[in-house]
Design a protein around this ligand. Structure first.
Ligand SMILES: [Zn+2]
Length: 352
């Protein structure tokens, strides 16, 4: 079954975790056994080969770089220009992987159709849609045009904390004039709004203003795990009413209540792919149909095997999902929708 994963920080892993994604996963993990600078060292689940093994033929690949004010305790760059330069390094990594034949850019419907045809016969070159997580690196609005010309097709204005264009997870406040100007520019260019990480105030202001396509690339349900990072039922219903697809992420703390980082384990909290399906079922219940859910795993997005479903050894294990969904009573048609069709339908419409 073809799978689409709508949120992977591939280039962040390459440039900030120093992971060679062209290497076998075992080698990636072996090379960082002696490192302890990050909690997920030696626990990577994502490599290009594992994506191929999992028949994950299309990914949404991020650029990500935060600006931080002098009083911030979050990691980030001290100026927007530096953040921009970081995203351009990340872009250069994707471009290098295009040259090696590992990645193929998907920027419009014809590239999408061509890729799907090519993937049927040769599951080597993975299609990627470029997105930006957090807009801090957009120095000024003309940079949106530069980014679009480089292939940017989706943008989440916020990440964790306060942002230059919108407020993110754990922050409060609206998007203001700058955020609205950004949305207008995105609408002009038909860049997809990624609602994930918008805090409640910014989310509702963005919804009031934005008229273009919107998705939530990696987003679970507040009703199941209560945290401001998760969307409430009202928020989920709002984006569903706009035709959004919601990508289900696999960071364990967003899947089960009471996760304590560094203490909880996937086994002692019994976090499995079935836990993810609970969130998926909840979104389907809210929607009244199966048209608005897909995968946005965020695997290796700052966490690894120590904090993802116990039945995920590598990202290739996503192929266990179709059988699990069948056991949960979904039809073959529904499973195809979750695995790839909902994202494809969304893109067909957004890029028409
Ligand atoms: Zn994220």
């Amino acid at each position: 079954m073809l799978l689409i994963d709508a949120h992977l920080d591939l280039s962040m892993n390459a440039l900030e975790w120093n992971r060679d994604l062209r290497a076998p996963i075992q080698e990636i993990n072996d090379r960082e056994k002696h490192l302890s600078d990050k909690p997920d060292r030696g626990n990577a689940t994502v490599s290009l080969d594992e994506l191929r093994k999992g028949n994950i033929g299309i990914v949404v690949a991020t650029q990500i770089a935060r600006y931080v004010a002098p009083d911030s305790t979050l990691p980030g760059w001290n100026s927007p220009e530096q953040a921009w330069a970081q995203t351009q390094g990340q872009l250069a990594y994707y471009k290098a992987l295009e040259r090696t034949g590992d990645l193929r850019p998907i920027r419009n419907r014809s590239e999408l159709h061509d890729h799907l045809t090519l993937w049927e016969s040769d599951k080597h070159t993975i299609g990627y849609i470029l997105s930006l997580e957090g807009a801090d690196s957009i120095v000024s609005l003309e940079y949106v045009e530069i980014a679009y010309a480089s292939g940017l097709r989706a943008l989440g204005p916020a990440h964790y904390g306060p942002g230059r264009y919108a407020q993110g997870t754990n922050a409060t406040g609206g998007i203001g004039v700058k955020g609205r100007d950004l949305l207008r520019k995105m609408m002009d260019l038909h860049i997809i709004l990624d609602a994930t990480h918008l805090c409640d105030d910014s989310f509702w202001e963005a919804m009031e203003y934005h008229q273009g396509p919107v998705w939530a690339s990696h987003q679970n349900c507040r009703t199941l795990v209560d945290h401001n990072r998760q969307f409430s039922d009202e928020q989920l219903k709002e984006i569903i009413s706009r035709g959004a697809v919601i990508g289900m992420p696999m960071d364990a703390w967003m899947m089960v209540p009471g996760w304590v980082r560094g203490e909880s384990t996937p086994l002692n909290k019994n976090v499995t792919l079935n836990t993810l399906i609970d969130h998926l079922v909840h979104v389907c219940d809210l929607a009244g149909n199966t048209n608005h859910v897909g995968l946005g795993t965020d695997l290796d997005g700052g966490f690894g095997r120590e904090q993802c479903p116990a039945d995920i050894e590598t990202i290739a294990d996503l192929q266990k999902l179709p059988e699990l969904l069948l056991q949960r009573g979904f039809s073959d048609e529904d499973i195809v929708k979750f695995c790839h069709q909902n994202w494809l339908d969304f893109l067909e419409k957004a890029w028409s």
